[in-house]
Design a protein around this ligand. Structure first.
Ligand SMILES: Cc1cc2nc3c(=O)[nH]c(=O)nc-3n(C[C@H](O)[C@H](O)[C@H](O)COP(=O)(O)OP(=O)(O)OC[C@H]3O[C@@H](n4cnc5c(N)ncnc54)[C@H](O)[C@@H]3O)c2cc1C
Length: 360
């Protein structure tokens, strides 16, 4: 099927984008990577009268890292963020999650900000933003405002941007020295959306777990973390046999709502939620131990976080050492190589292999 007739706009400044949005608001859609919007237009699941292509705004492309965290602008493709070593060192969960997003062709075009704005419960990056407590920067003729993740996700395919606003950037906090994170999911084939997935973050204090949260993909409330601190407080991260990991999984299964669709039944999804929660929380705790150990082993004077790759750093930026603890394989270029990327994906428990996926 073909999209219904529409007027195509290609503004060359962010001010011009805001002008068009102020005039056309609910009759217009921003086009970023088009990896969700174009299929929706083609299937006529969306039929805006106007399309505002933002790809002529090079200043909207760039990743910056400062003491607050990692900021990526509206035109940063998934593959660019995935390949950015400084972003990875500052917040490793970004790369870990992006490795699970679709496959290289999609990631080379789709933007991470677009994925967050699209607010698909089956997408990984809304879960990451919700878990880490990031913010979305929105711009309109009325000015700029920061929207906390807690206020951003309103429901499936529904976000907190007003009709006249464009999301110009997203910021996720740096990983703290005592934090660890992990993400895992089950998908039918590589590149497919997850049947269910879990991202988790824990903190350790004096060698034991002090806080634990998890956020869900294709299950539960979009971008809303669940707190496991009560179940897991005091657990030794290295103790895989502690029954409290499974207790956390049981709690998730009994709390997180799951749905039946053509891919899986609700009860199967709930079983995945339980198993993945136990596994991912434990992996996040082990990651926190590795992170803490790497920090104590590292000599003083480690390199500073890189200021910029196109975006402007904040005024009070670049004063903290960066974190170097991760041991994952790293893709080595902006155009992510299939082999580097897929070897990382293949090593996760999903065993995903193949390339077909679908938009929702
Ligand atoms: C075959 C296939 C498989 C996929 N598998 C996965 C997967 O496993 N996991 C996953 O997370 N994603 C998956 N995706 C989606 C992909 O990650 C997209 O990149 C993402 O959903 C949207 O990013 P985009 O830049 O393409 O946005 P677009 O498609 O251009 O836009 C999506 C929506 O967001 C709005 N929008 C985009 N940018 C902005 C902005 N800056 N300000 C305001 N509104 C904006 C648009 O108006 C539209 O409503 C898949 C896509 C395909 C085609």
């Amino acid at each position: 099927m073909k999209p219904s007739a529409l007027t195509y706009h290609r503004p060359e400044s962010i001010a011009a984008v805001c002008d068009v949005l102020a005039r056309l608001g609910h009759e217009a859609k921003v086009l970023a990577g088009g990896q969700s919007l174009i299929p929706m237009l083609s299937m006529r699941l969306a039929a805006p009268a106007n399309l505002i292509d933002i790809n002529m705004l090079p200043e909207q492309d760039g990743i910056s890292i400062d003491r607050h965290g990692v900021t990526f602008r509206a035109l940063v493709r998934h593959s660019a963020l995935l390949a950015d070593d400084d972003a990875h060192q500052a917040q490793p969960l970004l790369r870990r999650a992006l490795q699970l997003v679709a496959h290289p062709t999609i990631r080379n075009r789709g933007t991470t900000v677009g994925s967050i704005v699209h607010s698909d419960p089956a997408a990984e990056m809304p879960a990451v933003l919700g878990l880490l407590g990031g913010t979305v920067r929105a711009q309109s003729q009325r000015g700029i405002r920061e929207i906390a993740a807690t206020d951003f996700f309103l429901g499936p395919l529904e976000c907190g941007l007003a009709e006249d606003e464009i999301a110009v950037a997203v910021t996720v906090p740096r990983r703290a020295p005592n934090e660890g994170s992990a993400i895992d999911e089950i998908a039918r084939r590589h590149g497919d959306y997850a049947v269910a997935g879990v991202a988790a973050q824990v903190r350790i204090v004096d060698g034991v777990l002090s806080t634990a949260t998890a956020c869900y993909v294709s299950a539960g409330e979009l971008g809303t973390p669940m707190d496991f601190t009560e179940v897991l407080r005091g657990v030794d991260p290295a103790d895989a046999d502690d029954s409290r990991w499974n207790a956390a999984g049981d709690l998730a299964r009994d709390t997180i709502e799951t749905e039946t669709d053509i891919h899986a039944s609700s009860s199967y999804r709930s079983q995945l939620v339980a198993a993945l929660t136990a596994r991912v929380l434990h992996e996040a705790a082990r990651d926190a131990l590795r992170n803490a150990a790497a920090r104590t082993q590292r000599p003083d004077g480690d390199a500073e976080p890189r200021a910029d790759s196109g975006a402007e750093p904040r005024e009070d930026s670049d004063t903290e050492p960066r974190e170097d603890s991760d041991t994952e394989p790293r893709p080595d270029s902006g155009a992510v190589s299939q082999s580097a990327d897929d070897s990382a994906s293949a090593s996760n428990a999903t065993g995903r292999s193949g390339t077909t996926g679908g938009t929702r």
